[in-house]
Design a protein around this ligand. Structure first.
Ligand SMILES: [Zn+2]
Length: 850
């Protein structure tokens, strides 16, 4: 039977094409009024990779034709592509969909018992191709929509009466489009299945990620990207009972569905979640067995980091399933299991979607009860928790406090302004700059997940990061309040429609000089506004104060008015913009004298230069690190860095740039000539900012004298060959939070005000301290693990190692970091190290650098 089927599948490959019936379950009749995919796309599913615009056309065409289907646009990508959500259910449910939704949400509240669960539809969310170059999901969504819109008969009508299907056909439109253009434009009339073929090997940065090369399947907690912000709003609006996440993996694999590895489930996810997912997986097994497809289900993948789609839904009272289909990448590819054709991968995804809907329908009452209990238990857990609330905020940085509050709110968590000053843990939290989150609410588990510091783990293998404590990522003061410190009277106005905070113009319009500090997150945007307009701007390396007794700390910005080359009206306008848009307080200095510290004409004020930035991109570079830097400078700081490929770098003149950024990557195609050119450019006064692979390459190239330590791993008694993977995997730092001490007087630290800085570390680049103590202004502490997993034998190597080294080269400067400062767009705390390096790197005294 199996052999015969494999044979017929091979035959299909040789002929090349399949029709719609290949995908659909047998013995169904379909409503001819519903357009088939081919009638809208102009080709059969699987003949070409669908582009996002064609996919959108089909979704709207079916929504127009079917009273079972409604459609909404929930967001737009950076490239302005629509993100769609289709609601598929019985026509009589469509007309009362708001009522169904309201009752569904009631299940998550203390009024859950008012809902008649026996008569309440269950909700299943089908999510496709969050990774754009894993296209079988998005392509299968067209077949799945067709099936549920057009299938006829009592069984489907009963199913749609008792189920609401939410179909998210293409989670990453920009990535999908990048990928489909690549494979379609490299396809021949005769399919080529050679894995070396151009079609199966897309160019950098590939289609996995979104426009700025972010992995959208890591953004469910940080919520920094428009795709996720829109989607999480919908997930919270519906709180689905089952969520599917359709991916692809290596070509030689088969098909994976969860439950995954039992020991690698986050401890805040209830145990029943795993056993119920196991039960649900029976439906996938059946679905795959029906078409003689191979699969596996209890290995490799985990449910730990809620920043990934399935785990996020687990944290919201649902079940979630990850599907991983072996990828044909192009239209066909040779594999260990024969020639893997694109239509075969689409069919597996489609059948799993059908199985997911069937599971939701048949386990409807069980799933709804699970959800009710999940939220009821959360309130019980909250009442037993000694932590009653979290408070966070800083009056030195209104913008950062606001952005963290925004994230919390996006997770459907109730958060409030602080009504009266709270003093806790040595900090005071003021009403205008702090927020408070009571734990006694249904999202208790998620709050816990966002704010907790966790250093003990039941397993030492992690598919992704092991720590993401949000206030640490933001480098914001925060405190867990117990029942002695917390009471309801501390809750001020609910955070709901608050607008971004404004700064203050202190002392009005100036005729002499404006001064502002750089504690605020957007201080460098303010500086950049002035420099871009051609204003003369200086930074002070020493603290000083005004006549009113206000102290301005190191790194304060001074804009003199009598020495400008541009009209003063323009400067006054920019200053107003800074106050209103950048949440920065600007002070009017009426004269040049300081009450203490240097006067404004002092040599301790250094003239700033407008950064002209080159970021090394493409080829061997890490798309993630490069994209994060690009996104930061472009979308938040209104800067326009040039992204330059390595091959271009080898041949160009560097004179038009004054700042070069070398992030993580392999620099193997840089020529010796280009290395010499870079060295000369630095010694003539250039500034280089490097991290991770860039730091390593500069040292290997003898441009800096930075040295490293490679941690040694003690020998271990090995009992069994099969232990290899566990022992080896446990040596990985997938991403944890470490404590570093910062020298607050150093230019890279300007604007920081706490001596300890949380740093994100992934991988194990360990930099030795320099003989010159001034050249390492940021050093890991002697007990550096703050939150997350680290192999115990590696921690001593990180303790007391340098996190940054400054190296003067001729008249230029190289700033080398060991770690990524812009991780996934939510590490707001360390962004300032990166921006300080760009704007103030040239202000570092060469004598202090090694
Ligand atoms: Zn994937």
């Amino acid at each position: 039977m199996l052999l015969c089927c494999l044979f017929s599948w091979q035959l299909t490959v040789l002929i090349g094409q399949v029709d719609l019936s290949y995908y659909l379950p047998e013995n169904n009749s379909y409503d001819s009024r519903i357009p088939t995919p081919k009638s809208i796309l102009g080709h059969e599913i699987g003949d070409w990779h669908v582009s996002h615009d064609k996919l959108v056309n089909y979704m709207y065409a079916v929504a127009d034709a079917s009273d079972r289907v409604s459609i909404t646009e929930y967001s737009r990508t950076y490239e302005n592509r629509p993100l769609l959500l289709l609601t598929i259910t019985a026509p009589n449910n469509q007309v009362r969909i708001d009522e169904i939704k309201a009752n569904h949400l009631k299940i998550t509240t203390p009024s859950a018992n008012e809902v008649d669960i026996e008569n309440q539809p269950a909700v299943v969310w089908l999510g496709h191709s969050v990774h754009g170059n894993e296209p079988s999901g998005a392509n299968s969504s067209l077949v799945t929509l067709y099936h549920f819109a057009a299938a006829q008969g009592d069984a489907i009508e009963k199913l749609l009466n008792e189920t609401v299907i939410l179909l998210d056909p293409s989670i990453n439109p920009d990535g999908l489009n990048r990928f489909s253009s690549w494979v379609n434009s490299h396809k021949g009339q005769n399919l080529v299945a050679d894995p070396n073929n151009l079609e199966q090997n897309e160019a950098w940065p590939r289609g996995r990620t979104n426009h700025y090369w972010f992995d959208l399947n890591r953004d469910y907690i940080p919520l920094q990207l428009p795709e996720s912000v829109g989607r999480i709003a919908k997930i919270q609006e519906w709180k689905p009972n089952l969520y599917t996440d359709h991916h692809e993996m290596g070509t030689n694999s088969t098909f994976f569905f969860q439950p995954g590895v039992p020991s690698r489930v986050h401890p805040l996810i209830p145990k029943e979640n795993y056993s119920m997912t196991e039960k649900i997986s029976g439906y996938f097994q059946e679905g795959m067995d029906n078409i003689n497809s191979f699969y596996f289900s209890k290995e490799n993948y985990d449910d730990y980091y809620p920043g990934r789609g399935p785990t996020y839904v687990d944290f919201n009272g649902g079940m979630a399933v990850l599907f991983e289909q072996a990828s044909s990448r192009g239209h066909a590819q040779e594999s260990d299991n024969g020639i893997l054709k694109f239509p075969f991968t689409i069919r597996n995804q489609h059948r799993s979607a059908i199985a997911s809907v069937k599971a939701t329908h048949e386990m409807r009452v069980e799933l709804l009860n699970y959800q009710r209990n999940y939220y009821a238990d959360a309130l019980k857990m909250a009442s037993k928790d000694p932590v009653k609330a979290y408070v966070f905020g800083s009056d030195k940085d209104l913008a950062k406090s606001f952005h963290l509050a925004e994230i919390v709110k996006r997770h459907d968590i109730d958060i409030y302004e602080v009504k009266n000053e709270i003093n806790a843990g040595g900090n005071s939290y003021l009403p205008e700059s702090s927020f408070i989150i009571p734990m006694n609410q249904s999202q208790y588990r998620l709050i816990h997940g966002l704010f907790e510091i966790r250093n003990s783990f039941s397993d030492s293998l992690f598919y992704d990061v092991s720590a993401w404590t949000l206030p640490l990522a933001f480098n914001l003061e925060f405190e867990a309040l117990d029942s002695k410190l917390y009471n309801k009277n501390l809750l001020g106005r609910a955070f709901k429609d608050q607008v971004f905070p404004k700064g203050e113009m202190v002392g009005g319009k100036s005729e002499y000089a404006y001064v502002f500090e750089v504690h605020g997150y957007y201080a460098h945007r303010a500086i950049n506004r002035l420099l871009t307009a051609g204003a003369r701007v200086k930074v002070g390396s020493k603290a000083f104060s005004n006549s009113a007794g206000k102290t301005f700390s190191e790194g304060s910005i001074m804009v003199p008015l009598s020495t400008q080359d541009i009209p003063l009206d323009k400067i006054h306008d920019i200053i107003e913009t800074i106050v209103s848009h950048d949440a920065i307080d600007v002070y009017n200095f009426k004269d040049g004298g300081s009450a203490s510290g240097p006067d404004l004409g002092s040599g301790s004020f250094t003239l700033l230069e407008k950064p002209e930035i080159l970021i090394m991109a493409e080829g061997g570079m890490s798309g993630g690190d490069v994209g994060e830097a690009w996104h930061l400078l472009d979308t938040r700081f209104e800067m326009s860095p040039s992204l330059v490929s390595m091959s271009k770098f080898n041949s160009i003149n560097l004179e038009r740039y004054n700042t070069i950024i070398l992030l993580d990557g392999r620099y193997s195609t840089i020529t010796n000539g280009a290395k010499e050119k870079l060295k000369t450019w630095i010694s003539k006064g250039g500034l280089v900012i490097a991290s991770k692979g860039g730091t390593k390459w500069l040292a290997d190239s003898k441009i800096t004298n930075v040295t490293f330590t490679r941690p040694t791993v003690p020998e271990r008694a090995v009992n069994n060959y099969s232990d290899y993977r566990n022992i080896n995997g446990a040596q990985v730092i997938g991403g944890s939070i470490f404590k570093a001490k910062i020298d607050l007087g150093h230019p890279i630290a300007w604007g920081f005000y706490n001596k300890e800085v949380p740093m994100f570390k992934r991988g194990i680049l360990i930099m030795n301290k320099s003989k010159n103590p001034f050249s390492n202004p940021l050093v890991y502490t002697s007990n550096s693990l703050w939150s997350g997993y680290v192999p115990e034998e590696k921690l001593p190597f990180i303790d007391n190692s340098a996190a940054v080294a400054t190296s003067s080269v001729g008249r230029g400067m190289v700033i080398s970091f060991t770690d990524n400062l812009n991780f996934r767009a939510f590490w707001y705390g360390t962004n300032k190290l990166f921006l300080n390096s760009i704007f103030f790197g040239k202000a570092i005294n060469p004598g202090t650098a090694r």
